[in-house]
Design a protein. Structure first.
Length: 436
């Protein structure tokens, strides 16, 4: 029934009248009274009605006047007025459908009624009465049909407008809710996290100047903690600014993008921090990473930082981590695997660096309690946004995390959420806390 509804749409007037004209031609050829061949006059009046319907399909009032005039001529000259009668009645339907004023519709209906009644001039009272009753078929039904179609259109349009208004209201409420959530998160970051980080940075700075006889390695630790804390404060301020006013800080790009040329240096800095923590890092970096787009570049950097942090936290500072970042056919292949042979150290980690249990760079060293975190979850979410799939789990005596970031991602091509094996120290089929 959908095609029938479209047939009576105002945009399909020409199609509708073309079908009507074809039906009229079929009537003249096959259905004339008593099988008689249509006369020349009948063809002339019919062709005039057909042409007027086609040429005036965007001007229903003018079409109504022409069709009424042709009907009057047919009443005076022909015995079979079916073609012109249907043409005039359909013109009335078009006027009624066209959402014209009630006065215009009433005048059109009156004009058709007067023309139809001219067919009864000079007839007996019975025939005049029959002609009046016939107006219900010739005028009443077209008028009623047009009003019904018009009412259905109005109801459909009102339903669409209500649905659109509800959608706009829902989107407005969602935006307001998201803004409230961002504001709440920004307050917590500013009032709690940033406050404590600033306090720690301040205390470390004081300690560096007060304690003058420290072991050089401890001084190195304090310098690293102070620098890392200062960088964390800058990131927190930027995050708070984005949460409070996303449009004022270039939207999410301020948090999710990095200049491509700066990516190798940023990854190198993350590797240096891990090495300062006592981890042996073997890195294979494809020079092509310097040409990655900003969003995937930031994803590679964050994945690297989180993975090396987890190596220090769970495998121990004497572990060996192997980092691979390669670009093949536009796809970024990223992997971090470790030996897993490192343990919790009670003293100074081997290979130089930070003391066990002391925060370093982006992570914690061995000796810090490893509660349930959201590291793998965050890595997985970051990868899935870009259309990739994160694989994390034990391999031999160590641990491996890897993924491939597609070059171009369509929304319909995003991979389903994978099942992540159990975390370190837990069976693969049992839930376990994730690295922070």
């Amino acid at each position: 029934m959908r095609w029938l509804g479209r047939l009576f749409n105002t945009r399909d007037t020409l199609v509708r009248l073309t079908l009507l004209d074809l039906a009229g031609v079929g009537y003249l050829v096959f259905c004339t009274q008593a099988g008689r061949t249509p006369t020349v006059t009948q063809w002339i009046l019919a062709v005039g009605a057909f042409a007027a319907a086609m040429l005036l399909h965007r001007r229903p009032v003018a079409n109504m006047v022409v069709q009424a005039a042709l009907l009057a001529a047919a009443i005076a000259l022909l015995d079979d007025i079916m073609i012109n009668q249907v043409g005039a009645s359909w013109a009335l339907i078009e006027i009624t459908i066209g959402a014209y004023r009630a006065r215009t519709i009433g005048l059109a209906a009156g004009l058709l009624a007067v023309v139809d009644l001219t067919n009864t001039i000079g007839d007996s009272a019975d025939r005049v009465a029959a002609g009046v009753v016939g107006l219900a078929l010739e005028v009443g039904i077209p008028l009623l049909l047009g009003l019904v179609i018009r009412a259905n259109w109005n109801l459909a349009r009102q339903a669409q407008e209500r649905a659109a208004a509800e959608q706009r209201q829902h989107e407005s409420e969602s935006r307001a809710a998201r803004a409230d959530e961002r504001s709440a998160i920004a307050r917590e970051l500013h009032d709690v996290v940033a406050h404590h980080v600033a306090s720690m940075v301040l205390r470390v700075g004081v300690a560096r100047h007060v304690l003058t006889d420290l072991d050089p390695r401890v001084g190195e630790v304090l310098d690293d903690v102070h620098g890392t804390g200062t960088a964390a404060l800058a990131e927190l301020r930027r995050l708070v600014a984005v949460l409070r006013d996303p449009d004022g800080v270039r939207g999410d790009a301020a948090l999710t993008a990095i200049e491509p040329s700066a990516l190798p240096t940023a990854i190198g800095a993350a590797i240096d921090r891990a090495r300062q923590a006592g981890i042996t890092v073997e890195a294979e970096l494809d020079p092509a990473i310097g040409s990655l787009d900003a969003v995937r570049g930031m994803a590679v950097l964050r994945l690297t930082q989180e993975a090396l942090t987890n190596v220090a936290k769970h495998a121990g500072t004497s572990a060996v981590a192997h980092l691979v970042v390669a670009v093949r056919d536009g796809v970024v292949h990223w992997e971090v695997a470790d030996t897993g042979r490192g343990g919790v150290l009670a003293g100074v980690p081997t290979g130089g660096g930070l003391l066990a249990g002391v925060p370093s760079g982006n992570g914690l060293l061995a000796g810090v309690p490893t509660g349930g975190g959201h590291g793998i979850t965050g890595m997985r979410e970051r990868v899935e946004v870009l259309g990739g799939r994160l694989e994390a789990g034990p391999t031999g005596t160590g641990w491996r995390v890897r993924t491939a970031l597609p070059a171009v991602v369509a929304a319909s091509d995003r991979a389903p959420v994978p099942s992540v094996p159990g975390e370190r120290g837990a069976p693969a089929d049992s839930p376990a806390p994730e690295p922070a």
